[in-house]
Design a protein around this ligand. Sequence first.
Ligand SMILES: [Zn+2]
Ligand SMILES: [Zn+2]
Length: 391
Amino acid sequence: MDLTCWLDAARDRSDFIRTHRRRLHQHPELSFCEHNTRDYIAAVLRDLDIEPHIVATTGIVATVGQGERCVALRADIDALPITEQTGLSFSSRCDGIMHACGHDCHTAMLLGAAAILKAHEEMLSGRVLLIFQPGEEKAPGGATLVIADGVLERYKPEAIFGQHVYPDAPTGTIELVAGPIMASADELYWTLRGKGTHAAQPHKGANPIGAAAELIIHLESLLLHKRNPLHPALLAVTSIEGGTATNIVPDCVRMKGTLRSFDDEWRRGMWNRIAAHSKVIAGLHDVECSVEIVEGYPPLVNDVNAAAHARSVAESLVGAASVSTFEPKLWAEDFAFYAQRLPAGFWMLGCRPPHLTVMPGLHSPQFAPDEEMLPLGAAMLAATASAWIAR
Ligand SMILES: [Zn+2]
Ligand SMILES: [Zn+2]
């Protein structure tokens, strides 16, 4: 089958995809609370004569086609705690919750792919595993639950593909790259305990604010000296809290931050360094420091063959001029957990309306992707999977 047929098939289903996208958009659910979303996806799949199976409590998996070989497609289904400000007619009906990361589009596009794959099932030379995954936005990441549920062992996919809507690129374009594409992201929490005193008698206490100030500067130099200058990495303190008045030295300061990298081994080494250096720097001020590091998503690394495959499919669908190399970002994506276990290809799907040069970004309350990209995303999923198992 000529790959562009998938694009024609998806365009014939544009109404189907858009309708489901809008319905999902109106009824967003937070990470790991996607009960209604799960039931909605299951009902749509049943209508398509595809049998859904619940995984990870609020996720769904299903297969189309038959045979030995299997390839997986993944969409994330959760929304964010954001109050929508798009003014769209189909805005969120749930107070304080919004599909501001485009996962409603991802879900609708995978439903679209399911519909066209099912309609051409006899042409598939294997099985396509559809993974509707909960909880992408929240640690430990729904991908870890799907994997712990045994989905990869049960269906044995040879490779997995996924996509994310991308507001920095116009509709009709696709960006991807082999190798590292997104970073690891670990959460850092510091507690600095000193000794409170009157501000006029600092010698009678131990000031955790002074310790925190020096620690923040020190952490910047730690990153500078311990990072391979050819490899991007980031260590940012993003929250600091402590103290109540102008004339009181407080007992305690708390800080939060993030550590991001494309290098898993370096990142793990940094955990120990951050903890050790923090204790020493705080100790110079007679302040005790404890550091809690919550391990987040690993770096997302695209497999060379899977990325090359997705790129050639993209070029067949939209032409080489509309496919470009994605500049890796220090964002994080729990698709990385699949990529640690099997060859993975993840691409960015342009969703900026052609008449705009910039648009509100992911996680913005005004994020409103161009729905014209929906059939292309569905076609990319279906064509990438069918061509992979036909290889
Ligand atoms: Zn997000
Ligand atoms: Zn997202």
